[in-house]
Ligand binder design. Structure first.
Ligand SMILES: [Zn+2]
Length: 78
């Protein structure tokens, strides 16, 4: 499932998907951009140094979004 993930921008380590599931809440306290309550969040993390792109919401709505963000960051030149 590490399809299309670039290596870690910090250490060059191998990246993998990370999924966080939140217990259902009567009153959600976080929402994705389209208004969907955050119950499952997808992110990418480095297996070597542990850096991740969870951000403030704990991740992205889809694994594809998480991968795109990760790869954008990995491709950035300082
Ligand atoms: Zn790393």
């Amino acid at each position: 499932m590490s399809e299309g993930l670039k290596s870690c921008p910090m250490c060059g380590g191998k990246a993998s998907f990370n999924t966080t599931t939140y217990a259902p809440r009567k009153k959600p306290n976080a929402w994705f951009a389209d208004g969907t309550p955050v119950t499952v969040a997808h992110a990418v993390n480095c297996q070597t140094c542990g850096v991740n792109n969870k951000g403030i919401l704990g991740g992205y709505q889809t694994q594809r979004q998480a991968a795109e963000k990760w790869n954008t960051r990995a491709g950035e030149e300082a």
